[in-house]
Design a protein around this ligand. Structure first.
Ligand SMILES: [Zn+2]
Length: 342
């Protein structure tokens, strides 16, 4: 009697099938769970006479193993049919979806181009901290305390007396290089700088500078001029003219502003150059002997020149950008325009 019942269940298990999760669950309920027909066979064990228990136990264990093996087989069958139908959903003839690739920020691109030009004529790169002490940002550079030039470079102070502040220029990096290296020194220091300025189309409290320094025996003003002529032509094109206007900086003597011929009107005069035909790109000069001595360099033996430029300023001139704030507003419509440069 029992044998017959077991044989029927065995043949049912052998012919069972499932093609989805629901049918799989139905099979589990019917043959695997405690309340399944197989479960019932186990429950009947208590009604089996003692002398037959062993043989009966072997029989129903076989059924149990059979039911479980079949269950595994059905799980695999359902999974593989699901994968197949997933693959069928892919239409290989469709055009690919658009992958949006970003672009290099115009300031990064400009910074890279400036570095490239100076590296090719032997300048190496140097970096320094954005939080500076008074010595490296002001005093070593010939800004005595209470000097009016400090007013022009008001910044954000982290501590007062002794002063710790956000650097106002990357000249502080040059001081660190001169303190730690012996001439010849030929170094370029790009980086972020800070000033206490109201934010407008032409000024910002955060901007980027790149400063250059060359210290060696017999470095003269002609070296400074030739280096910057070379830079202007590489950066803005062969036709670019350069002029130097006398100026004042505490750390250079003599000092000069660097102008280039206006890119927009070619020197004829327009709105951008305010009718003069010239636009300023930075400052420069021969390193003041005091600064060399402050940094432990013998000013009788060595001379040097230094220059500094705003990276925003260069980018604005090169790409005709009229508002400084665009660089930090993260407006995708603005940034997208520089995609061709990547
Ligand atoms: Zn112009």
């Amino acid at each position: 009697m029992q044998q017959e019942k077991i044989d029927i269940i065995k043949s049912q298990i052998a012919s069972a099938d499932a093609s989805n999760a629901e049918q799989l669950e139905a099979y589990r309920m019917q043959y695997i769970s405690k309340k399944s027909v197989v479960g019932e066979l186990f429950a009947e064990m208590r009604n089996v006479p003692n002398e037959e228990k062993k043989a009966y136990g072997q029989l129903i264990n076989e059924v149990k193993i059979l039911a479980e093996e079949k269950f595994q087989e059905l799980i695999e069958r359902v999974n593989s049919s699901q994968n197949q139908s997933k693959n069928q959903d892919i239409d290989l003839t469709l055009p690919p979806s658009n992958v949006s690739v970003g672009s290099v920020h115009p300031l990064t691109a400009t910074r890279q181009r400036i570095i490239e030009i100076f590296e090719r004529i032997g300048f190496n790169l140097s970096e320094g901290p954005e939080i500076e002490d008074d010595w490296h940002n002001f005093t070593a550079l010939n800004f005595p305390e209470n000097h009016p030039a400090r007013e022009m470079q008001d910044t954000f102070f982290i501590e007062k007396g002794p002063d710790i502040a956000l650097r106002t220029h990357t000249s502080s990096v040059q001081v660190r290089v001169m303190e730690n290296q012996k001439p010849p020194i030929r170094t370029l220091s790009p980086g972020r700088v800070y000033r206490n300025e109201a934010i407008s189309a032409r000024a910002h409290c955060i901007f980027h500078q790149v400063e250059g320094l060359y210290v060696d025996e017999n470095v003269g003003f002609s070296d400074l001029k030739n280096t910057l002529y070379h830079f202007a032509k590489e950066m803005f094109g062969k036709e670019t003219k350069v002029r130097f206007r006398p100026s004042y900086f505490p750390f250079t003597e003599p000092s000069a502003e660097i102008d280039i011929s206006c890119q927009l009107c070619g020197g004829a005069g327009c709105n951008v150059c305010k009718g003069t035909g010239w636009v300023e790109i930075g400052g420069s000069g021969m390193v003041d002997p005091n600064v060399l001595e402050n940094c432990g360099i013998d000013s009788k033996k060595y001379t040097g020149f230094a220059f500094g430029m705003g990276i925003e300023r260069i980018a604005m001139l090169k790409y005709q950008i009229k508002d400084l704030r665009l660089f930090t507003e993260n407006d995708i419509r603005f940034l997208k325009q520089f995609k061709a440069m990547t």
